[in-house]
Design a protein around this ligand. Structure first.
Ligand code: MTE
Ligand code: MO
Length: 160
C-alpha cells in the first residue's frame, strides 16, 4: 500500500538507463522498468566463475538481448542469415568495462544463446543499479556486464 501522493516508482533521478545505438533504424534509451514492462521476462539460474572470487550463483530475470536489440531495427535484412551474421553487439558498463558478442551467438538460427538484459538479480530490482548482461553459456563471469549504459549494434564494414 503506497502513501497518498507517493510515486509508484522511484524518481527519475534514481533510474538507470541504457542507450541502444549504432547501425539501427530506431535508437532508444531504456530504463530498467522499460525493459521489464516492454518485453517478456525470462529467468536464468546461473553459475559463473570469477577469477578473483570463485564460483557465483545467481538468479536473473529480464528480456532477451535479441528481442530488445530487434526492437531498435538493426540495419540488416532480417530474412538473410548471411546478412545478420555480419553483425556484432558491444555492451558497456558505467565503469568502462565492456564486451562484445557476435549477433550469431544470440540469433535463433545460429547459437540461440538465451542472453538476457537483467531487470532483477536474486529477487531485487535493478532499477537504480542498472541492467546486467546475463550470458548463461559462459563458464566465467567477465561478460556479465553490470550497470549497463550502452548496447551498440553494428556491422563489421568489411573490405572496402
Ligand atoms: N560493469 C562491470 N561489470 C562487470 C565487471 C566489471 O568490472 N564492471 N566484472 C565482471 C566480472 S569479472 C564478474 S566475475 C562478474 C561478477 O559478478 P558478481 O559481482 O555478481 O559476482 O561481473 C562482471 N561484470
Ligand atoms: Mo570476475
Amino acid at each position: 500500500m503506497s502513501r497518498p501522493g507517493a510515486p509508484h516508482r522511484a524518481p527519475a533521478t534514481q533510474l538507470a538507463s541504457l542507450a541502444v545505438l549504432g547501425d539501427v533504424g530506431r535508437p532508444a534509451t531504456l530504463t530498467v522498468p522499460d525493459l521489464r514492462d516492454g518485453w517478456k521476462q525470462h529467468r536464468a539460474e546461473v553459475v559463473f566463475d570469477c577469477a578473483t572470487s570463485g564460483p557465483q550463483h545467481h538468479v536473473f530475470e529480464g528480456p532477451l538481448l535479441r528481442e530488445v536489440a530487434l526492437a531498435s531495427y538493426p540495419l540488416f535484412d532480417t530474412r538473410r542469415r548471411k546478412d545478420r551474421s555480419r553483425f556484432a553487439l558491444a555492451v558497456s558498463g558505467g565503469d568502462g568495462h565492456h564486451t562484445v558478442l557476435a549477433w550469431a551467438e544470440i540469433d535463433a538460427d545460429f547459437g540461440d544463446a538465451p542472453v538476457l538484459l537483467a531487470t532483477r538479480l536474486d529477487d531485487e530490482d535493478l532499477d537504480a543499479a542498472g541492467s546486467q548482461l546475463v550470458v548463461p553459456v559462459d563458464r566465467c563471469g567477465a561478460r556479465y556486464i553490470g550497470a549497463i549504459t550502452r548496447v551498440w549494434v553494428g556491422a563489421w564494414p568489411g573490405a572496402r
